[in-house]
Ligand binder design. Sequence first.
Ligand code: AMP
Length: 183
Amino acid sequence: MTRLIFLGAPGVGKGTQAKALSLSHNIPHISTGDILRTAVEQETQLGVKAQSYMDRGELVPDQLLYDLVHERLKQPDAVGNGWFLDGFPRTVPQAEFLDKLVAEINQPYSRVVNITVPDEVLVQRLLLRGRKDDNETVIRNRLRVYYEQTAPLVDYYRAQNKLVEVDGDKTETEVRDQLVNFV
Ligand code: AMP
């Protein structure tokens, strides 16, 4: 049983690392980006509301995330094995929501992993990834949004003594070797 939040700018490797550790340690990988992309593909009500924000590299309004995260954390696999949260929270209100929720459902977590990579390396990585929202204008916007809205979470979690730092400007294996210490 492990509960861990993965924090970091787009392209730091949160998703790749969380997915790999999820498979090796049998801990659910919960990516709000993946959940939202599926909703967009399936043209659900949530997907229709989220799509234009995602296409521009903006954050989807906080309110749209709350039910989704609550429902996901209540699933038996998360209750039983814990979670790797990837892409949530992304704003201070989302972090406050999460802290209230985990208190209510008794799913405490003690660590937030902050993965860091220099900006220019991130832009190059994201351009290579080639996802639908990975053209250069949108990438630069996602980075700006990250620094404005998500980076304040670093201080939020540092103040709670939960923050651990991982250097993401390394090979996938080297990053993983740093991360396994926290799983
Ligand atoms: P990601 O796969 O984590 O890079 O997320 C892709 C996109 O989904 C983001 O650029 C946002 O538009 C949206 N998204 C994912 N997670 C969140 C979140 N916690 N809050 C708001 N928007 C989100």
